[in-house]
Design a protein around this ligand. Structure first.
Ligand code: GLA
Length: 394
């Protein structure tokens, strides 16, 4: 993991200037998967892994970006930034979109170090986008609303890497509060913080399968949902998104839909209900009830939305055999990446050991397991707190 305290020194050595330091976290989603781009509901938590950016303004309009993860440097000209199908797209987009939206930016030297596992469904992309956009805007003298920041970063992901994501990942990275989850209405962007269950750990298990091919499948799922909306809008007045459809309405109109499109829609409309019920359950501290909803969510994603894979299903099967497990589901876009599990605190260690060993035996790969510490959203980090934060990762 990162040794963030060295970031300033490494920046000074590379660029000969004193940087300001920013960070933005990745996330794990407790429930509400593939609902955000259907105007629905989600319930993410920011995790303790962040993307860190050291930045100083330049007199010109260039971005000189060094990625410590890749040990590569790229240069982007803000005046004509366009997608290049390169890792630097995440950075270029996060700067170019606010710049084009009337927030003219100065060039910058950027040193980037991300602790968020890449391609693991923990929003490493949003963490880069948000930390870079915050760094660029701040070093150019702007202070912007966090919701605006999230929207720009989402747009950057659409226009640069070309992934037609919803708003969840960027929003939680911008607005998370330490120790809490967040329930977001992705239509109105109204949000509330939710209490996380007591005496329970949120345990994230990484299958170590990278979801590389996922963005094509992701965009296809999105189109299938849009097809469903077009068909249903002919019979349901005022319908704008799957958010407006109840499971009963969907079942009534089943015959109108292609069977695959029907199953995609069924996942989304039932998942929206699960998020609503789940938030109520957490408010009453009904953790067992919430866990059941997580199990149902996984089933729906596997069977109807078809975004799980053998490794995720195996990880879930192993998790469900363990003592103290209240719920287990895949999290994020799918096709690899991580599962999220609710585990009674007193059983968490045993859970980790058993899952690691059983998954290794079954799949021949040692999974990474992280106990989630719900963290604060994006911020500028003063050196002293960077040292404190960095020491937590050693
Ligand atoms: C990815 C996207 C999000 C969301 C999830 C699935 O993480 O970036 O917007 O759609 O997949 O819930």
């Amino acid at each position: 993991m990162a040794l963030t305290p060295g970031l300033q020194e490494r920046f000074e050595e590379r660029f000969g200037a004193t940087p300001r330091i920013f960070r933005a976290p990745g996330r794990v989603n407790l429930i509400g998967e593939h609902t955000d781009y259907n105007d629905g509901f989600v319930m993410p938590v920011a995790i303790q892994f962040s993307c860190w950016v050291a930045a100083s303004a330049r007199p010109d309009r260039k971005l000189v970006i060094h990625s410590e993860n890749l040990n590569e440097t790229a240069t982007v000209n803000l005046a004509d930034a366009r997608p290049s199908r390169n890792w630097s797209d995440y950075v270029a987009g996060a700067a170019a979109i606010p710049d084009r939206s009337g927030y003219r930016l100065q060039g910058a030297n950027l040193l980037i170090h991300s602790e968020v596992p890449m391609g693991a469904g923990l929003s490493s992309s949003a963490a880069i986008e948000v930390s870079v956009a915050l760094a660029m805007l701040s070093t150019s003298g702007y202070e912007v609303d966090r919701t605006q920041l999230a929207r720009w970063c989402q747009q950057a992901e659409h226009e640069f890497p070309g992934m037609m994501c919803g708003i969840m990942d960027q929003f939680i990275s911008c607005r998370a509060e330490a120790g809490r989850g967040l329930k977001l209405d992705c239509r109105t962007l109204a949000y509330e913080y939710v209490l996380l269950p007591q005496d329970v750990e949120i345990v994230i298990c990484n299958t170590m399968v990278k979801h590389k091919l996922a963005s094509g499948e992701y965009n296809t799922r999105r189109q299938q949902c849009e097809t469903g909306v077009r068909v249903l809008a002919e019979v349901i007045p005022g319908l704008k998104a799957l958010r407006d459809v109840s499971p009963a309405q969907l079942r009534e109109n089943r015959k109108l839909l292609d069977p695959k499109v029907y199953r995609r829609c069924l996942h989304v409309v039932t998942e929206n209900e699960r998020v609503q019920r789940g938030a109520e359950m957490l408010n009453r501290n009904d953790v067992a009830g919430f866990g059941k909803l997580m199990d149902e969510s996984h089933e729906s994603l596997r069977r109807d939305f078809e975004v799980s894979c053998a490794e995720l299903d195996k990880m879930i099967e192993i998790a469900r055999d363990q003592k103290g497990v209240l719920g287990a589901r895949m999290t994020g876009g799918g096709f690899g990446g991580c599962t999220v599990n609710l585990v009674g605190s007193e059983c968490a260690h045993e859970f980790e050991d058993n899952v690691r060993e059983n998954y290794r035996q079954a799949m021949g790969v040692v999974p990474e397991i992280y106990v989630c510490r719900a963290s604060q959203g994006a911020e500028e980090v003063k050196l002293e707190s960077a040292i404190e934060a960095g020491s937590r990762f050693r």
